[in-house]
Design a protein around this ligand. Sequence first.
Ligand code: AMP
Length: 396
Amino acid sequence: MLTMTSFDFNGKKALVRVDLNVPQDANGKVTDDSRARAIVPTVTKILSDGGSAILMSHLGRPKGKVNAAMSLKPVAEHLAMLLGKPVLFATDCVGPDAKAKAAALKSGEVLVLENLRFHPEEEAGDEEFSKTLGQLGDVYVNDAFGTAHRAHASTTIVAKYFPGAKLFGNLMQAEIDSVGKVLGNPQRPLTAIIGGSKVSSKIEVLENLISKCDEVVVGGGMAFTFIKAQGGQVGTSLVEDDQLETARTILASAMDKGVQLHLPTDAVVADAFAENANTDVCSANAIPDGWMGLDIGPETSKAFATVVKRSRTLLWNGPMGVFEMKPFQKGTIAIAEAVADATAYGAFSLVGGGDSVAAVNQFGLADKISYVSTGGGAMLEYLEGKVLPGIAAVQG
Ligand code: AMP
């Protein structure tokens, strides 16, 4: 396999799938440029080798139609600022303008193509459209981990037009390497911390992780389905009654495999799903009627932190409580701090696949984690053990 470090882009036109799907305000001004910043190392490497870069991305959900509010032009201008050099722009991703500008592109230059999703063929993975895109460059780089779980034209199908000339960008490679450190051959003990609202959205992640981890910590709203499945009283906490059997199967499977599955023993409860609700702390399996568990309690935070700190590899997906509301964020903060502490002592930590990324950013702990993933849905599917089409297309 070709890699960014060993590949020489000198004289090559690199067609790069990036993720420039950045949030913008009503005037098109970029409000959070993390995704644009994240692709800079890949673009810089191509240019410093003496190559040129043709960047393609989607922005928003224009549903196959041209929509001026979702143009990548303002994002291209922002990227020019980040790169400290002019960035050319093609008013369509295929067609005469893109073709002419790509053909005229000189070494050291960057061209951004207009939003791929202005064409329905992108999401449909259309062959002809993919082929036309492929004709723009002579090497294909996929640096868009966030869309790697989608078999779209630019993320997957186009790769086949570059036999022997396709590779992962720096960002994509970092995501793949991080998952490899957790699910490949991890340093043990390996612990997964799983939270968030629903069991139903995490069943496959839990099943895959139980077959790989030494310990699994379950918090967040989903913990109450497990607690109810064990016969606990959970009041009006979030429970998926149709998942009680699944929860029992997961508990049995953990037991079978000798995996320690830790559930909350106490909870911060409230009499309403509101920031200003009355709150209390009680046993997680004896929540009174009319009260709901919205965070793990102090005893649980302590116990979970102990598990986290004795681990050598950590994977965290999903918050421990309703961290968006101040009275229910202590549990998530305690876990974030424990993960940061474990990392400081040499553990490898990966946070990804959901709101836990927002939580570590909100609490200012992102730089104390070994790797914070950029791909929500893609990371979740990767952790489920699925083959991501965008990855397979480059590896194949
Ligand atoms: P997910 O997208 O599945 O990772 O879930 C994230 C959401 O779960 C966040 O918006 C949290 O507010 C929510 N959440 C976490 N704990 C609870 C809880 N105990 N009850 C209700 N919602 C929760």
